[in-house]
Write a protein that binds this ligand. Sequence first.
Ligand SMILES: Cc1cc2nc3c(=O)[nH]c(=O)nc-3n(C[C@H](O)[C@H](O)[C@H](O)COP(=O)(O)OP(=O)(O)OC[C@H]3O[C@@H](n4cnc5c(N)ncnc54)[C@H](O)[C@@H]3O)c2cc1C
Length: 478
Amino acid sequence: MKRMLVALMLVLSLACSAFAASADVVVVGGGGAGLLAAIAAAEGGADVILLEKMPFLGGATLICGAVTTAAGPRLQLEAGITEDSAELFFLDLMIGGEFTNDARLTWLMAEQGGAVMDWMEDLGVAFDSEPVNWAEHRVPRSFRWTGGGAALIKSLHEAALAKGVEILLNTRATRLVQENGRVTGVVAVGKDGAEQVFSADAVILATGGFGADMDMRPESLRSVLYYGPVSSTGDGHKMAAEAGADLVFMDKMKVYPHGVEIAPGRAQLTTISSVPLVSFGAIMVNSNGERVIDETLDIVSLKNKTLEQPDTQLFIVFDSAMKAKLDAMGLAMVFNYTEEQIEELIAQPGRIARHDDLAAAAAELGIDPEGLAATVKAYNEAVAAGYDSAFGRKDLAAPISQPPYYVMEQKLRTATSLGGVRVTTDMRVLDKEGKVIPGLWAAGELIGAAHGNESMPGVATTWAFVSGRIAGLSAVSK
Ligand SMILES: Cc1cc2nc3c(=O)[nH]c(=O)nc-3n(C[C@H](O)[C@H](O)[C@H](O)COP(=O)(O)OP(=O)(O)OC[C@H]3O[C@@H](n4cnc5c(N)ncnc54)[C@H](O)[C@@H]3O)c2cc1C
């Protein structure tokens, strides 16, 4: 009888005990930062397990605008741009961050971005050879990923598998295991709801941002449209905070002026089309139909001007000749949308208007038609004269004169958070006293202060990649 009882207890305890595994390094999160951390650690000789809560890899990296910025990658030199340097990139990043950046981290991004892009090419990632121009960057140094986020994640996934990284999807980390202050592993929940314990010498949190968690968003940004992934729920922020981490810049998120509201509270970005459209001659107006700014200025200036409008939105106005140029570049008017989806948006009144009559296009979006007519007339005269007396815009590429005319709403949107854990220059997480939490590293959007108050276009992925690689290398060497 006693023997039967012991056997029964053994069976019960085995059934109740959590699945357990161990590795040298456990990476939590399979976006750009986590994948590069895992690959770097595996290249350094570590056994690596990567946990991803979604049924697929990628996070924000998968759906992002697919542009990365760096000084001195091979591609920039091959494009004939030789006047860039880490120092110039650093200066632009500090200006972009309003000099609130943690300069130690910003310098890492400026100094290592080029080498990390080269390494990624060696891992199989393809970038377009033609750099993208932004007003914020003094030289062209941003490169599109060929095939977008899906192609990049596929290449990194394959590289990780080739280096022996074990990837577990549908596995959500819920808390860190800590013994005498040292992080020794992670508890996660699998698809079946069962808890699993992963022990490791080093845990790297790379869980992305917190934009999808309304409670974590600063109050002033709760009404701004969201355009990020559902996975950005700040899990790593919460787990790290429970382990004693110091969180900084938690009231900061990146806000962009270029959004179309595709569903209530939800935006899709148009920066990738709005910036080139302006370079072809498009203007931006408010609901009175008035221009309010030199449209070629940087994104933060456009955002601030949008915030000044009573309805906090602007509208971009262009003609069919400009639309044809966009098509020729292979760029969709709304990022990641097919022509059919864009036609559906045009068919719904009030988001994107296309009409032969400019007044009808204005009226559809609630813009004063007479105001817009006067503005377009004055703008076309400025183009003919080669001088914009209203705002001093230098690049007056073409008049708005070829119907059908397009008017697209430009609402504020947010997704990328700028706040997170404080780290050393090798991405070890610090506690509130500035001491390293042994066993714990971080990478990517989860880290605070790398960009400061603001972030420049195309550098959030640079930070994800650079910090991911550093975290992976450092986790192996400790
Ligand atoms: C639409 C959009 C466009 C953008 N465009 C650009 C651009 O063109 N250039 C640029 O530089 N930046 C851009 N950004 C910002 C940039 O994409 C992100 O900052 C960057 O990709 C973040 O990388 P990450 O690896 O830190 O996080 P993510 O890529 O978000 O990866 C985090 C991963 O962790 C997983 N995860 C989260 N919690 C857990 C958990 N508890 N357990 C297990 N897994 C978990 C998530 O599911 C996700 O896969 C854009 C962002 C968006 C949303």
